[in-house]
Write a protein that binds this ligand. Structure first.
Ligand code: SAH
Ligand code: SF4
Ligand code: F3S
Length: 477
């Protein structure tokens, strides 16, 4: 019989659904874990921090999922395909459970928040489901399952403990730092506000403390994360009565992070064009450590579609921001997100997207085929009436445009010297090393004596493709 009880994890007073399951032996000796991550950088960051929390509780990282005692799927609900991948993967772990009955298997993150207890019903071998605000309870839940052989669901909202989830893998050249959670934007197609809740920003001093610690351990690049990062601090300012449309708490945060000694580069994602006011534009142009590569989701180039999407900006306003940045910055790169086949999108509207993308001159773009998400306005109010074949065709057209543009745009780097933050060996060819330019171009070059990940080197570019720049480290004068 199901029952409810208070969570016994440290610092958590929430009620958890408790579902008994069959008896197995061996749970008491669980030692290793593996987290398989799907979805965006926020999920990658959550998995990293949860991994650190599990290590603090005495568990160690297993080399692979086959050998792990605790197997966790951190999941994404943003498109149907993302969910289907996880359903398939979790289904396959039934075999693992048969071979090793003591293994604990859990689903956490956005799908856990979206589907809750229904996941336990769908997968009889699944042990726990933990939503986006309850990740800090995972060590306690795992310990309880090991003790009581129970099945658990924890999806209460409003209880996330970001400060308990601030651990980092040591020694990384580049580190994600989450500055806020949730989203208040409610774009009509998007499930994120549903699964991640309302915007909650961390205090600037907490963010800066985390950045200082990372810089002290040798991290050179700080990648700030928030679903709607340009709205950082705005919900709080509104609540306190200090909100001003001319201010940008995110710009203030960028200035504070820029002042941290040891930090060489700052990147962030995702800004929303609606919140890119003058204070924000000034900060990104003025601050030397802010990389001049911006990922700014456009979604569509047609104003009627943008309005149906509830984006809050027109294509013209979007392009004006890009023009402003291009005029002020001698070298800058842009990337974006686009949705093709949004309900009622016509050929003419698709052509407007193509046109806007050409005008913006994106180096890179993620193109998505519209996928109706249950519970969103678009799914409830608009027909998914663009045939799959048309979505696919529009997708292919934009991808071909991008490759052609990137190929010709990258040739401008030939013969030039670019400053590269060294990441390590190239995956494809271990005799070469790889890193990124300030404008986020992947650069590949032969290693020189004494070169280490985290070094900043000047690379003379001799050859370019649509994806990468190739060259040699410049001789020191
Ligand atoms: N917070 C980020 C993006 C979050 S989701 C932002 O607003 O910039 C990443 C991308 O997935 C979105 O930018 C959008 O292009 C795409 N996306 C979101 N919901 C989608 C849906 N229902 N169908 C197809 N693509 C979607
Ligand atoms: Fe989704 Fe829009 Fe929020 Fe981005 S800004 S997470 S697309 S609702
Ligand atoms: Fe997916 Fe959740 Fe990120 S829905 S895109 S993993 S916030």
């Amino acid at each position: 019989m199901n029952s409810a009880r208070a969570c016994t994890a440290a610092g958590c007073s929430h009620i958890l659904l408790f579902i008994p399951r069959r008896k197995v032996s061996g749970h008491g000796m669980l030692k290793t874990f593996h987290i398989r991550t799907y979805g965006c950088q926020m999920n990658e960051r959550d998995s990293e921090a949860l991994g650190c929390l599990l290590e603090e509780h005495g568990y160690t990282l297993a080399p692979g999922e086959e050998t792990a005692d605790i197997l966790i799927f951190n999941t994404c609900s943003v498109r149907d395909q993302a969910e289907r991948k996880v359903f398939g993967k979790v289904g396959l772990t039934k075999r693992l459970r048969r071979q090793r009955p003591e293994v604990i298997i859990g689903v956490i993150g956005c799908m856990a928040q979206e589907h809750g207890a229904a996941l336990l019903e769908r997968f009889a071998h699944l042990d726990f489901v933990v939503g986006t605000d309850q990740l800090h309870t995972v060590p306690g839940i795992v310990a309880e399952i090991a003790r009581e052989r129970s099945r658990r669901v924890a999806t209460e909202t409003g209880a996330d403990d970001t400060e308990a989830l601030s651990g980092h893998r040591p020694g990384a050249v580049s580190a994600f730092v989450s500055v806020m959670r949730g989203c208040n934007q409610f774009c009509s197609y998007c499930v994120v506000p549903q699964v991640r809740g309302r915007e909650r920003s961390r205090l600037p001093e907490d963010v800066v403390r985390e950045v200082r610690q990372l810089a002290g351990q040798g991290t050179k690049e700080i990648f700030l994360l928030g679903q709607n990062i340009t709205a950082y601090g705005i919900a709080e300012a509104r609540r306190d009565g200090t909100y001003s449309p001319d201010a940008s708490p995110f710009a203030d945060l960028l200035r504070a992070v820029n002042d941290v000694p040891g930090v060489e580069r700052i990147r962030f994602t995702s800004p929303h064009p609606k919140f890119m006011n003058q204070a924000f534009l000034d900060a990104v142009c003025e601050l030397p450590k802010v990389c001049k590569a911006f990922h700014i989701p456009l979604q569509s180039g047609a104003d009627r579609i943008l309005e149906l999407m509830h984006r809050g900006t027109t294509a013209k306003e979007y392009l004006a921001r890009i023009r402003h940045l291009r005029e002020r910055l001698p070298e800058v790169g842009f990337s974006t997100d686009i949705i093709v086949g949004f309900p009622t999108e016509t050929d003419v509207e698709f052509a407007a997207t193509r046109q806007a993308m050409n005008e913006a001159g994106f180096d890179m773009a993620y193109i998505f085929k519209y996928s109706p998400r249950p519970g969103t306005k678009a799914a409830e109010k608009l027909p998914d009436d663009v045939p799959q074949s048309v979505k696919e065709e529009r997708n292919q057209i934009l991808l071909a445009d991008l490759v052609a543009r990137a190929e010709s745009a990258n040739t401008r780097y030939q013969g030039r010297t670019v400053r590269v933050l060294v990441e390590g060996e190239s995956k494809r060819n271990s005799t070469r090393w790889t890193g990124r330019s300030d404008t986020n171009k992947v650069c590949i070059f032969p290693r020189t004596d004494g070169m280490q990940p985290g070094d900043l080197v000047d690379v003379v570019i001799t050859r370019t493709t649509a994806n990468s720049l190739f060259g040699c480290v410049a001789e020191e004068a």
